[in-house]
Design a protein around this ligand. Structure first.
Ligand SMILES: [Mn+2]
Length: 320
């Protein structure tokens, strides 16, 4: 797991740093945002240092009530020439997913990465990675315990939120390790019901728009695959993810695959893939993206029509 060496190097680098930047992948999800905020809070608590948390893209509305939410800044709001001694990149997947904050990362004297995505081109000088971890927030928890850091309820709630969101409310848990962390956090006093209520926080327009997209879903390959579309007009009303549409479709009997195409801009289509007991990560990779076995995605620069055709062709190979 986390070695003494990793703990030691992390400690030395943070202790020596005057300027620390934290970031994750563009369009951060709950795990990305909460891992950044939890580690930022831990560094401030334990090292007495101010850190800068950056993001690119959109943060989903349902994360508005996450503790310390306002601490993370849109990367363009930060001075371009800000010095960076240490950059900590969490939950990023692959380098290009970092987006805007990448310019700060590449200037850093030392890069620490903490991640659970599969990545063959790691950018960290220190890599605290674990591909078997259910969430990056869980790795932050392990680092915190291994380092003997002080922590508090804010830390605990952030880590729990990261775990809850990345495991799809525990649906994607594949081993007991993450649940032992959950157990520790519950014993510490974290109220899961409270966090789930805070996450049920979408604007009416978002829910109504996504439900309408689900209403127009097309079905392919003997109803094994559902394909829903959020066009450019509808896209304005959702928070970038389409989680409600994916969750609604995920409740349908007999479905094996769910595809959600989001027209982010003309010729820029966000593709979200979900598999129910069938992997979708290879299809995401074939589209230039990636992700997890049963939940993956890509951004494809082409028309909605062409992307739809391409996605269906790729699935045709798999479903037969
Ligand atoms: Mn994650």
């Amino acid at each position: 797991m986390i070695t003494d060496d990793q703990v030691k190097i992390f400690d030395e680098k943070i202790r020596a740093a005057r300027s620390i930047v934290l970031c994750a992948h563009k369009n951060p999800d709950g795990d990305a945002l909460c891992s950044v905020l939890a580690l930022a809070h831990l560094v401030e608590l334990n090292y007495g240092k101010d850190v800068t948390c950056l993001y690119d893209g959109n943060i989903p509305d349902n994360l508005d009530d996450v503790p310390l939410r306002k601490k993370v800044k849109y990367y363009e709001r930060v001075e371009d020439d800000m010095p960076v001694d240490v950059a900590i990149v969490l939950d990023y997947g692959i380098e290009k997913n970092i987006g805007g904050p990448h310019k700060f990362v590449e200037r850093a004297g030392f890069i620490i990465e903490i991640d659970h995505h599969i990545n063959h081109n790691k950018i960290g000088n220190l890599c605290i990675d674990n591909e078997d971890a259910a969430s990056t927030a869980g790795i932050v928890y392990r680092l915190m315990i291994a380092s003997g850091w002080t922590w508090d309820m804010v830390t605990a709630r952030l880590i729990m939120t990261g775990i809850i969101t990345d495991t799809g409310f525990f649906k994607y848990v594949k081993n007991g390790r993450i649940m032992r962390i959950v157990g520790d956090l519950v014993d510490y006093g974290v109220d899961i019901q409270h966090i789930v209520n805070d996450l049920s926080n979408k604007p009416r327009k978002t829910v109504v728009t996504e439900a309408a997209a689900v209403g127009a879903t097309e079905f392919f390959f003997g109803n094994k695959l559902a394909l829903a579309i959020i066009d450019a007009n509808q896209y304005k009303h959702i928070d970038g993810r389409g989680e409600t549409a994916l969750n609604l479709l995920g409740q349908m009997r007999g479905l094996e695959y769910i595809v959600l195409l989001k027209e982010q801009k003309p010729n820029q289509i966000g593709v979200s893939l979900r598999g129910r007991g069938h992997s979708v990560d290879k299809i995401a990779m074939a589209l230039g993206g990636g992700g997890h076995e049963y939940a993956a995605g890509a951004v494809v620069y082409d028309t909605l029509e062409n992307v739809k055709k391409r996605v269906l062709e790729l699935f045709k190979e798999v479903i037969k």
